[in-house]
Design a binder for this molecule. Structure first.
Ligand SMILES: NC(=O)c1ccc[n+]([C@@H]2O[C@H](COP(=O)([O-])OP(=O)(O)OC[C@H]3O[C@@H](n4cnc5c(N)ncnc54)[C@H](OP(=O)(O)O)[C@@H]3O)[C@@H](O)[C@H]2O)c1
Length: 286
């Protein structure tokens, strides 16, 4: 069933708009006639771009790890456009290295942006969404949250935490008119690999054949990723405009295979573990 409000322009609040998927999403929403609050750590770099549609685009400084700045940005967005319809938690970066190669501070920083940064935004917008009895949270996660690779432990853990949190928020907010979608991209041709990938603080040769190999794979696909950010952004905007809010919104063929493979692996684990698992319960009826 289509959303009765689908004809009205939406107001989007998007984090991490300086490049890649965030920038593409902001452009796609503007092209669709919507209003966009485009946020970035260095917003001045986007000033000329935002100035082309000043009446529908508000540029705001935002580092998602700065909770007071998040609150201020959400308040400024509401003051300017009167409401928020779609909030996209896009800001993120990867941490590359075996778990033992990453130091504690790196792993905590990775969670600070990829999990707590998104949480800061979610906490700031939920009161407004509840008041409106409407709103759509769109959280960008990653293939590493579905089935992880050697060398992406901290990054995948932070994105998996965001997925689990989103699942609860969805259940808590559904009766209050609020939708939640996980956008799960496969490899997309953005600045992620060459600019948004921090390296582990040390290299331990024992991991060369695992996380080292994964790092080499990422380096080799940089610039050749199959995913087109503009197509991804158009698909997200179309999904939001349709009024449908699938909980999982995979993007790219790679991600569809990843979901299928994970589903098959989970089904196999349930099948193979069933007898032992059942024997761990008290006898039925006791
Ligand atoms: N590209 C892929 O293959 C892929 C696959 C799966 C998931 N993703 C996810 O998609 C999202 C977008 O990444 P992308 O591929 O578009 O990479 P990108 O082009 O490197 O963009 C990453 C964006 O996140 C911003 N950012 C990082 N830390 C931030 C912080 N603390 N506060 C605010 N903004 C911050 C960056 O801003 P600055 O310019 O200030 O650094 C940049 O705008 C990320 O969450 C990423 O994990 C990407």
């Amino acid at each position: 069933m289509s959303d009765p409000t689908s004809a009205r322009p939406r107001t989007w609040f998007i984090t991490g708009c300086s490049s890649g998927l965030g920038r593409a999403l902001a452009e796609a929403a503007l092209n669709a006639g919507d209003c966009v609050v485009a946020t970035a750590r260095q917003p001045m770099a986007l000033a000329a771009w935002a100035a082309t549609v000043p009446e529908r685009c508000l540029l705001l400084p935002l580092d998602v790890t700065d909770a007071p700045q998040v609150q201020a940005a959400v308040a400024a967005a509401i003051t300017r456009f009167g409401r928020l319809d779609v909030v996209a938690n896009n800001a993120g970066y990867g941490l590359l290295g075996a778990v033992e190669e990453c130091d504690d501070a790196q792993i905590r920083r990775c969670f600070e942006t990829n999990f707590f940064g998104a949480l800061n935004v979610i906490q700031a917008v939920l009161p407004r969404f509840r008041e409106q009895r409407a709103g759509h949270l769109v959280n960008l996660t990653a293939a590493a949250a579905i089935a992880n690779y050697p060398g992406f432990g901290a990054y995948g853990a932070a994105k998996a935490a965001l997925e689990a949190l989103s699942e609860s928020v969805r259940a808590e907010m559904a009766l209050l008119g609020v939708k939640v979608t996980l956008v799960e991209p496969g490899p997309f041709r953005t600045e992620f690999i060459h600019r948004s990938l921090e390296r582990a603080s040390q290299r331990i040769p024992d991991y060369d054949r695992t996380s080292g190999k994964f790092a080499a794979v990422l380096k080799a696909i940089d610039g050749k990723q199959p995913g087109d950010p503009a197509q991804a952004a158009a698909a997200i905007v179309a999904m939001v405009h349709s009024g449908r809010a699938p909980f999982r919104f995979p993007l790219g063929r790679y991600m569809v295979k990843k979901l299928r493979d994970r589903a098959a692996e989970l089904a196999k684990a349930a099948e193979e573990g069933e007898a032992v698992a059942a024997a761990a319960d008290f006898p039925a009826g006791t």
